[in-house]
Design a protein. Structure first.
Length: 126
């Protein structure tokens, strides 16, 4: 397997490759200074959700109840079980038509729709 296959999502600003579009999107915030996670108390912005959580705890004494955090997408869950169910959505998925691999269901679904014009029912459980 080549390096390009492992990190096919490349930053247009610096050329760094990433294995998922989520990782690339998070990285690009360094270049664009996008801060989509905003504190409801003081309106300070953050590039990552984990930074906002840290800010809420240290500056405002607020801890979120969602203590089980997905390391892939930073989504929070109330239980370890709910997190483990969610993490299945990040497992590699293979297109049965062309055998290309994808980081999760949403990427495979998008690929099937855009490349193969196949409509897929989306499962909202994860």
């Amino acid at each position: 397997m080549t390096h390009e296959k492992l990190r096919p999502h490349v930053c247009e600003y610096c050329g760094t490759g990433y294995s998922s579009t989520y990782a690339l999107k998070t990285h690009k915030r360094q270049h664009t200074n996008e801060k989509p996670f905003v504190c409801d108390h003081c309106f300070e912005g953050f590039r990552q959700r984990v930074s906002l959580r840290s800010h809420l705890k240290s500056k405002h004494g607020i801890e979120e109840a969602l203590e089980f955090i997905c390391k892939t997408c930073e989504k929070g869950f109330a239980t370890d079980y709910a997190l483990s169910i969610h993490q299945r959505s990040h497992e590699s998925k293979k297109c049965e038509i062309c055998s290309e691999n994808f980081a999760g269901d949403e990427y495979l679904t998008k690929h099937l729709r855009e490349v193969h014009q196949v409509e897929v029912e989306i499962n909202q459980d994860s």
